[in-house]
Design a protein around this ligand. Structure first.
Ligand code: IDP
Ligand code: MG
Length: 149
């Protein structure tokens, strides 16, 4: 089953949104295959956001993502990569539709509450960066027979 990397960013943690965000993921029917709260080391944050090196917001982004604890997740389910991007909503919360996490919980791009991998390649890279194989659980949700045809 497809896996993606999702993060509740430090603003989401500080604002008490962990539970609401997890609830939306769980209610969608996706499985939380791994989860941990960490204060992301600067080196890991730089690697995570390597594609943005050189952009004007890069240093602020690394500073922000390492400014407080974040919750890292591996989310699993059919079509999870693209579906989590849709659940998260547009990068700029001002453009994110109501009903999405960023649309409902954010105001500005630099404080957009959640991260989700943007492709299969990114998901594989980000999961491997943040989790060891032993930290990712394989189990069946009790409702899987009703989620999938
Ligand atoms: P994404 O998170 O929707 O994939 P990306 O373009 O990959 O968006 O940017 C990564 C993160 O960098 C965004 O989620 C946001 O936190 C931050 N970011 C992107 N563009 C800007 C900007 O123009 N100003 C401030 N922060 C930005
Ligand atoms: Mg991105």
């Amino acid at each position: 089953m497809e896996r993606t990397f999702v993060m509740v960013k430090p603003d989401g943690v500080q604002r008490g949104l962990i539970g609401k965000i997890l609830q939306r993921i769980e209610e969608k029917g996706f499985k939380i295959a791994a989860m941990k709260m960490t204060l992301m080391p600067v080196e890991k944050a730089k690697e995570h956001y390597a594609e943005h090196v050189g952009k004007k917001f890069y240093q602020d982004l690394v500073d922000f993502i390492t400014s407080g604890p974040s919750v890292s997740l591996v989310v699993e389910g059919r079509g999870a990569i693209s579906a989590m991007r849709k659940l998260n909503g547009a990068t700029n919360p001002a453009d994110a539709a109501p009903g999405t996490l960023r649309g409902d919980f954010g105001i500005e791009t630099g404080r957009n509450v959640v991260h989700g991998s943007d492709s299969a390649a990114s998901a594989a890279r980000e999961i491997a960066l943040h989790f060891s194989d032993a930290e990712i659980a394989s189990y069946k949700r009790i409702d899987e027979a009703w989620l999938y045809e």
